[in-house]
Design a protein around this ligand. Structure first.
Ligand SMILES: [Zn+2]
Length: 530
């Protein structure tokens, strides 16, 4: 109900965008699904996929505008390296049907927040707080959380929730979800003051009971998620240790740093299910941490904006005695964290010392070597040596893996950083290749705009900016940019400055403008109705 959320707050959520807790529930039994419907627990067949997707888009649009939405290609690739095998497993098992796969987004967004949370939104949009990545000890633990969230989507639990709330209209529902996400953010997160968080928290409690996954849904997400992650090749032990971490936090009542517990309460049924599963497993210790995971975990901790005191303490941990006492993965994590923490404080010389030590570690797996190389390029670029960053990444002899987005993005950024038009041209060409396969990559479009600007190609630069806005689902801003591109094209044509390729570009701009105007009308209509 709208009355639960005063317009002033609604507006604030809209501005804050979002972030944080999952779709909610503290009072888990509220949305009780009667037992005789259990076999169809997740069918959600009465909410068309398209409706759920559009609701998801309206929420995702706000997430993309949130200052704490983070497109970090390095962490993004790491999460994708776990997420894609889970999707493949769900596909193999039949939970991810071709229809669902095609109609939903299946995107995982990173949120710059220190609290431990992951959430699934309508339409296959998911989110992960950096705090979760820095808290888990292995990819397998992260996989267990992502597989659980994935299963909420594939089992259509969200659709069921939407249909229960359907009388309120999707836009109200969207605002409620945004409010819940805002409420789950760290109290001292940059965008929420303590006072606001308390107020939001009070409202949140009232709304929570309306946006509930039932106990049965939670158990089903555990059961299906466990199957998805283990069949994807992750260690069952990762599920067990993650569950133990959450249980431990629940015992300490640590809801503040674990908003995940508010949305996924540790009910006795879930715990006994987990114990039953565990009894079938051989007694094993935790899955060992790898150097790659240790470094990504350190990166998540540093990028979560922990404040200068924490940055200093992260940097101070890489002492000779700590390093001597640590195993290889821990050493990699300590040195990676120290390098990045010093870099964030612009202490480039000290950062380089840590990096040199990190580069000297032997026996790192290939993905770890890649992470170190990317860090070296990042440091070179940040300290003003773009040419060195290019040299580190422009490895003609190495064939980049298809999914190595971070290297492509960092290389393009470094090329643009050289301020040399010839490098801008290379960057634009390389990005064009990437974008032909990943047309929804907003950051790549934005980077391509910079590459075109560097070459003095204003027309393509404006079009790339327009595409970036479109991919962020901000159709109004996209239309504005396409109109600007169209005006420029007309002007260039009248001055005889448009060559054959320019005319082709102009006709693409015309077609895209019509398409985006249609999308903007639909967006306005949806908002108007609701
Ligand atoms: Zn859940």
């Amino acid at each position: 109900m709208l009355s639960l959320l005063p317009p002033r707050l609604l507006q604030r959520f809209g501005v804050l965008g979002v972030c944080a807790a999952l779709l909610l529930p503290v009072a888990p039994a509220q949305a009780q699904v009667s037992n005789n419907r259990l076999p169809n627990l997740g069918d959600g067949a009465d909410v068309p996929l398209g409706v759920e997707r559009r609701l998801g888009e309206s929420i995702a649009r706000e997430i993309y505008r949130d200052p704490d939405y983070l497109d970090d290609p390095v962490l993004g690739d790491y999460v994708q390296s776990i997420w894609q095998p889970l999707l493949a497993s769900a596909r193999q098992r039949g939970e991810l049907t071709p229809e669902l796969e095609q109609q939903f987004a299946w995107e995982v967004s990173l949120i710059r927040d220190r609290s431990i949370n992951a959430f699934a939104l309508p339409g296959g949009y998911l989110g992960v707080h950096l705090g979760l990545i820095s808290a888990v000890s292995s990819a397998d633990e992260l996989a267990s959380v992502l597989a659980h969230e994935l299963s909420h989507v594939t089992q259509r639990h969200i659709a069921r929730m939407i249909s229960q709330q359907g009388r309120q209209g999707p836009m109200v529902m969207g605002a409620m979800i945004l409010g819940m996400l805002a409420a789950s953010r760290s109290v001292n997160s940059s965008s929420i003051s303590a006072g606001n968080a308390l107020m939001v928290g009070g409202q949140a409690a009232a709304i929570q009971s309306q946006l509930n996954f039932s106990r049965d849904m939670e158990r089903e997400a555990d059961r299906v998620g466990y199957g998805v992650m283990t069949e994807a090749g992750y260690e069952p032990q990762g599920f067990v240790t993650m569950f133990e971490k959450l249980q431990q936090a629940a015992r300490l009542n640590d809801n503040g740093s674990f908003p995940y517990l508010r949305s996924h309460p540790m009910t006795t049924e879930r715990i006994s299910d987990a114990q039953a599963r565990q009894q079938l497993l051989p007694k094993l210790g935790a899955v060992p941490t790898t150097p790659t995971h240790a470094m990504m975990s350190a990166r998540a901790q540093v990028l979560a904006k922990p404040g200068v005191d924490v940055l200093r303490s992260i940097a101070a941990q890489a002492t000779p005695s700590n390093l001597a006492a640590a195993n290889r993965p821990k050493q990699a994590g300590l040195l990676y964290g120290a390098t990045l923490a010093e870099m964030q404080q612009r202490h480039f010389a000290v950062a380089r010392q840590h990096l040199t030590q990190l580069q000297g570690l032997s026996g790192l797996e290939l993905s770890a070597v890649r992470a170190v190389r990317l860090l070296a390029a990042e440091l070179a670029l940040a300290s003003g040596d773009a040419a060195q960053a290019v040299a580190l990444l422009d490895l003609k002899a190495t064939v980049l893996a298809n999914n190595d987005r971070a290297t492509r993005m960092q290389l393009a950024r470094s090329r643009v950083g050289t301020q040399k038009p010839a490098q801008g041209k290379l960057a634009a060409n390389e990005l064009a290749l990437w974008l032909s396969q990943h047309p929804r990559d907003a950051s790549a479009w934005q980077l391509q705009a910079s590459a075109f600007e560097l070459q003095g190609d204003a027309l393509r630069a404006i079009r790339a900016q327009a595409e970036a806005r479109a991919m962020e689902l901000d159709y109004g801003a996209a239309v504005d940019r396409f109109k600007a591109a169209q005006t420029l094209a007309h002007q260039m044509a009248s001055e005889g400055k448009l060559d054959g390729a320019g005319h082709m570009e102009a006709s693409i701009i015309d077609a895209r403008l019509r398409e985006l105007e249609r999308l903007r009308r639909e967006q306005a209509l949806e908002r108007g109705i609701n």
